[in-house]
Design a protein around this ligand. Structure first.
Ligand code: SF4
Length: 620
């Protein structure tokens, strides 16, 4: 029986379906709910964290294992959407599940049937009949799950207006969407607050989704035929935004049994967009060549320190949690230090996570660490300056090693990536990486990730310049979706014909070395001593450096007098010119052999006449 929409219709459902991290409320839902509540105080806004419910029902370990890989995540609901394709979809799932301990004994059919039961019972528990609008936030890993919920809900409530938005749908990806998924009525292109609130206002006023006039930032069925993309409509200043509202997530968590509850991490945002991309806009292309993270924003905006600090204080006090994940692509250059100094003054034992660029100065990192920065993801991406240039990263290998060293010193876990297989990388890049890896061994190992082609990224836009002969949807979409859909849509994950076979061979030695690095680092840190692999103790006019080694006795080195002061001066990277100017009484022909010796012993790193000392001070 079709559901009926009755009574008061002033209700909006915001929906986030599997597979985001289950232990955090959705910042998209939280921000939109808070904004809509401020605009329409009478409106009932429900933020439905479907993914949390699904995680609770199928078990957190299993949920996490699935959510960590895009194709695992997308295959589960694809099988529910297109049961006639189960065989092809199952293959994708089992291929991706290989090597995942939590998925070893999982039967795909049993899993999908369990997920269907949980999802359908969730749908039945919501009063869609009283909803004016259901808005789906769709980010990576949420495509098929959102489509499943939209289809099921629309079957029961055909009059309910459905709007989608989020990073999965921007620019080219909305092409043909309305034809292949007729259940969708509107798409928000870009940031959600303004377009969604205008859409709600019109729906309240007009009572019908057919009479909606053009709204900036909202794509309708008719407008989608237009070849020019819908312009963004975003708030001018983030100061106009209220703090995110996570109440619904925490209410749901309270309904779980004590064995199923946990202390969530609260997401927060200081900024939206990417200043590196904006700063680069006059160039050939803007931002990092592989990145498509900023398709939904125009420019870079950040909140004031006072706003950030009061929001974080408010959210952590209200929800009695101390773990906060910053969702920013990168922090603001000028305000970061002040923000973290002020957060430190709150005297709360925070546990922060954040993403940042490798150019972040040491004093800012120190303020972060003092405030509770526990884990960071830095835009390292490569240890070859040659390759970093191709990536348009705007950083160098010496900067990357410097920030890796600072993290080691400050006890901040650095969980950053090394991108392999980037199109056009060559044996010089690999050679440089291998050489520089020798100097990175004292620091926490990087994770290697394979380059993937993101829709809208500079490589995708200018594919020929990167040697790609053809770009198309990733072949897994053809397994997950019927041909009429996979052929007519542009999906976020793209594939290409180019030099991939060559790249795979080229990067083998780096993979081997990174694996060995990981093993050695773990082995050396085994047991009670967590002291750094390469450290020094200062004796005021001499310095003792201790160099721990894998399966060998540690080495010690003593630097006396000027050698000591030069080593300390290069705690941040310095050019030879700077070193000579700082030590005018010491001749160049005495300084350069010393620096060369330090580099030979892997106690310093050198790049283009710049020097960086690698040992970190021993902390008491
Ligand atoms: S990777 Fe980071 S710094 Fe680079 S363009 Fe993307 S968001 Fe900006």
């Amino acid at each position: 029986m079709k559901g009926e929409r009755t009574g008061q219709l002033e209700r909006v459902a915001l929906v986030s379906t599997p597979w985001p991290l289950y232990n955090r409320p959705s910042i998209q839902l939280g921000a939109l709910k808070a904004y809509l509540k401020a605009q329409f105080p009478e409106l009932k806004v429900q933020a439905l964290h479907v993914y949390l419910k699904v995680a609770e029902c199928i078990g957190y370990k299993l949920y996490r294992a699935i959510s960590e890989r895009t194709w695992l995540a997308e295959s589960v609901y694809a099988a529910l959407l297109f049961s006639e394709r189960t065989k092809e979809i199952e293959k994708v799932f089992y291929r991706e599940a290989r090597g995942k301990p939590h998925l070893r004994k999982i039967d795909f059919k049993t899993l999908t049937s369990h997920v269907r039961d949980v999802s359908d019972s969730f749908i039945n528990s919501v009063d869609w009949g009283h909803c004016r609008l259901a808005a789906f936030s769709i980010c990576l890993c949420q495509l098929t799950s959102s489509l499943y919920f939209i289809k099921r809900i629309k079957q029961k409530f055909p009059d309910l207006a459905i709007v989608i938005g989020g990073s999965m749908f921007a620019g080219d990806s909305t092409r043909n969407l309305f034809q292949v998924f007729p259940e969708i009525d509107f798409v928000v292109n870009g940031e959600g607050e303004l377009p969604l609130s205008q859409l709600v206002r019109h729906l309240i006023d007009s009572q019908s989704r057919e009479d909606i006039p053009p709204i900036p930032g909202v794509v309708t069925r008719n407008a989608a035929r237009d070849s020019t993309p819908a312009p963004f409509c975003q708030v001018e200043a983030l100061s106009s935004l209220p703090p995110p509202d996570y109440d619904d997530y925490f209410h749901m968590l309270k309904t779980f049994s004590p064995q199923k509850t946990f202390f969530p991490t609260v997401p927060a945002e200081i900024s939206r967009g990417c200043w590196w991309r904006r700063q680069q806009s006059a160039g050939k292309y803007s931002g990092c060549a592989f990145c498509n993270l900023n398709l939904q924003w125009d420019g870079y905006r950040s909140k004031s320190p006072i706003q950030v600090v009061s929001e974080i204080d408010h959210l952590t006090t209200k929800h009695k949690t101390l773990s906060v994940a910053f969702m920013d692509n990168l922090f603001p250059v000028k305000a970061s230090r002040e923000i973290f100094e002020q957060l430190g003054r709150l005297n709360k034992d925070f546990r922060f996570f954040g993403e940042m660029r490798a150019s972040t100065p040491r004093r800012v990192l120190e303020a972060m660490q003092a405030a509770g920065m526990h884990e960071v993801q830095i835009g390292i991406e490569a240890l070859s300056t040659r390759l970093l240039k191709k990536l348009n990263k705007g950083t160098t290998a010496i900067q990357n090693l410097e920030i890796m060293k600072h993290c080691e010193d400050l006890g901040i876990a650095n969980v950053s990536n090394l991108i392999l297989h980037f199109p056009g990388s060559d044996h010089h890049d690999v050679e440089e990486t291998l050489q520089n890896l020798e100097f990175a061994l004292p620091f926490r190992p990087l994770r290697f990730v394979h380059f993937w082609l993101g829709l809208g990224s500079p490589v995708w836009q200018d594919s020929r310049a990167f040697g790609l002969r053809a770009v198309f949807n990733h072949p897994n979409y053809a397994a997950l979706f019927p041909p009429d859909i996979s052929r007519s849509m542009r999906f976020m994950i793209q594939a290409y014909r180019g030099d991939l076979g060559h790249q795979r061979k080229l990067w083998q030695p780096v993979k081997k070395k990174v694996r060995a690095w990981k093993k050695a680092y773990a082995e050396i840190h085994k047991g009670s001593s967590r002291s750094p692999i390469l450290s020094f103790r200062d004796g005021r006019d001499f310095l003792i450096i201790r160099q721990k080694r894998f399966k060998a006795e540690p080495l010690t080195h003593r630097l006396v007098g000027t050698s000591r002061t030069i080593y300390l001066f290069c705690q941040k990277h310095r050019s030879l010119k700077m070193i000579l100017a700082h030590f005018p009484g010491v001749a160049e022909d005495r300084i350069t052999p010393f620096l060369r010796m330090m580099v030979d012993k892997k106690l310093m790193f050198e790049e283009n006449g710049k020097y960086l000392s690698l040992a970190v001070p021993v902390r008491p």
